[in-house]
Write a protein that binds this ligand. Structure first.
Ligand SMILES: [Fe+2]
Length: 183
């Protein structure tokens, strides 16, 4: 599967532009994580890009979300490792995170939401001048963007990354695609 095929499939299955942006942001962070950890950048990036492909098809049903996503990813030619990471990023299935790829996707997913929310409360609503320290401060404000699960983000420790470095890496990765994110 090429990146273009993956993105086309995401766009064919997801109408909500913000959800597509969420997947692009997750792709960017996963790509940067793979680079940092010496893993397969293409595989990790595509896993991030595809991880919520079924979100509209499953209509918020957490019992089918990510199970269908894993199947769709396999049909597109994703590896078993990618499909497994997609499957277990939804904790409702009770499938434990095993590989580094599983753990990376699990903690990268909510970090995108925290960073987007931190950009949107700025006067310019842009990522360019958002500092990592602001995001770190917002991380500690539990009521801010409460949907971005702090405990889940903090599990970056399971891929041997300090929280500060994880936030810095995620922010930098998202800044690089700011135009695609409209931020
Ligand atoms: Fe997600």
């Amino acid at each position: 599967m090429t990146r273009e095929e993956a993105l086309d499939s995401v766009k064919a299955n997801v109408e909500n532009k913000n959800l597509v942006k969420h997947m692009l942001a997750t792709e960017a962070i996963m790509h940067a994580l793979a680079k940092r950890l010496g893993e397969d950048e293409e595989e990790w990036g595509l896993t991030g890009l595809l991880h919520d492909i079924d979100v509209e098809l499953t209509e918020g049903d957490m019992n089918t979300h990510s199970r269908l996503g894993a199947d769709l990813a396999r049909e597109l030619g994703a590896s078993e490792a990618m499909a497994h990471a997609i499957l277990c990023h939804n904790e409702a299935h009770g499938v434990p995170l095993e590989a580094k790829l599983d753990k990376a996707l699990f903690c990268a997913d909510p970090l995108t939401g925290l960073i987007i929310a931190a950009a949107l409360v700025r006067p310019d609503k842009k990522l360019a001048n958002l500092g990592a320290n602001s995001v770190k401060k917002k991380f500690k404000e539990k009521s801010f963007a409460a949907g971005a699960d702090r405990g889940q983000i903090a599990r970056c420790s399971e891929i041997e990354l300090e929280l500060d470095e994880f936030i810095e890496l995620g922010l930098k990765a998202m800044k690089e695609i700011a135009a695609d994110l409209g931020l």
